[in-house]
Ligand binder design. Structure first.
Ligand SMILES: Nc1ncnc2c1ncn2[C@@H]1O[C@H](COP(=O)(O)OP(=O)(O)OP(=O)(O)O)[C@@H](O)[C@H]1O
Ligand SMILES: [Mg+2]
Length: 146
């Protein structure tokens, strides 16, 4: 099953993500797929809003992971852009955030392609495709359900 939604502003993308966050069961791992500037961080901002997180969400490109704990559930926002392998991510001690038996809350990951194999089988894949300056298609697909 794949859910597809078109948005025409960053605010709309945030709204979709906010509703998604409030409709989910936790713990949950979400992979965000999309080109540079597609809207992965924007989606995460909306997702955080859905968890009632009141902190400002910033891109973790340089820190790799930002943790937010002011909401209904903790949120771990990863950006694997600067990593080159799964081994690097494991050396940084990230495995606990991708294990559904230990994870509390949500791990949401930009550029998980760079750390192939880190995602648990069961996760959501969110793809954001640029259709125009402000147009995006967001597709949400649950993975690993039997
Ligand atoms: N419909 C839309 N949804 C999301 N973002 C949009 C939309 N229309 C325009 N934008 C703009 O596109 C940009 C998306 O940037 P964002 O940082 O969220 O992308 P990203 O996918 O995280 O990029 P990166 O790979 O560099 O981390 C923002 O400047 C945002 O305002
Ligand atoms: Mg980003």
């Amino acid at each position: 099953m794949k859910l597809k939604i078109k948005t025409s502003s960053p605010e709309e993308t945030m709204k979709v993500a906010e509703k998604f966050a409030s409709s989910l069961g936790y713990p949950v791992v979400i992979s965000l797929i999309g080109d540079l500037g597609a809207g992965k961080t924007t989606f995460t901002k909306g997702f955080a809003k859905g968890l009632k997180i009141d902190e400002n969400i910033t891109s973790p490109t340089f820190t790799i992971m930002n943790e937010y704990s002011s909401g209904r559930k903790p949120l771990y926002h990863f950006d694997m852009y600067r990593l080159n392998s799964l081994e690097e991510a494991l050396e940084l001690g990230f495995s606990e955030y991708f294990d559904l038996t230990t994870l509390k809350g949500a791990s949401i990951v930009e550029w998980a392609e760079n750390t192939k194999g880190i995602l648990p089988e069961r996760h959501f894949e969110v793809q954001i495709t640029k259709l125009g300056e402000e147009q995006r298609e967001i597709s949400i697909e649950p993975k690993g359900l039997v």
